[in-house]
Ligand binder design. Sequence first.
Ligand code: NI
Ligand code: MN
Length: 226
Amino acid sequence: MNITYFGHSCFGVEINGKHLLFDPFISPNELAKGIDVNSVKADYILISHGHEDHIADAVSIAKRTKAKVICAWEINVWLTKQGVENIHPMNTGGKVKFDFGNIKCVVAVHSSGLPDGTYGGNPMGFVVESSEGSFYYAGDTALTYDMKLIGDYRSIDFAFLPIGDNFTMGVDNAIIACDFINCEDIIGMHYDTFGFIKIDKEEAVAKFRGAGNSLTLMNIGETIKK
Ligand code: NI
Ligand code: MN
């Protein structure tokens, strides 16, 4: 798997030759000015919830790439009204087999209004299972006991967790989440983009290490292999 960071909570993950793009928020992100949004590849676009900082570039990238958008039913209705045609609506608890692997939608404790105020349904996280490995993309969420369902019944190799606090869980709760999901290998997201979620990155990495976990904070534009 190749993982590319596009800033905030936006990652590209290449699995079995397919490009998955999570929560596209690139063009409004001051920290991601070096990314050309028109060059971002996508065969699938996964949207965890309707907030602007997760969906800003979804319509333009979906129309350019014809990627299949995976999102909550209500976000599907909203995207359809904006001319997005290739959508697979899901909801919490649902699992679907795609050509790259399986997607299971899991609980996220957050909210999900769309940018124009439209109701966006449930916020979600995604568990991705494939022959190249499995991971959890948490979306925006608080720490929740529901994460134990991932740790107890699935085996994941790594996880994308929000660590910026204020709107989601912060570093200390994300370290507890590592125990719940039974995973030590974490890629941080949803930090530093805005004033409310600025963190001390060195301290965050040290806290994870002190708890026996690993926190990777990728540079925007960087690609790593998993
Ligand atoms: Ni949000
Ligand atoms: Mn957010």
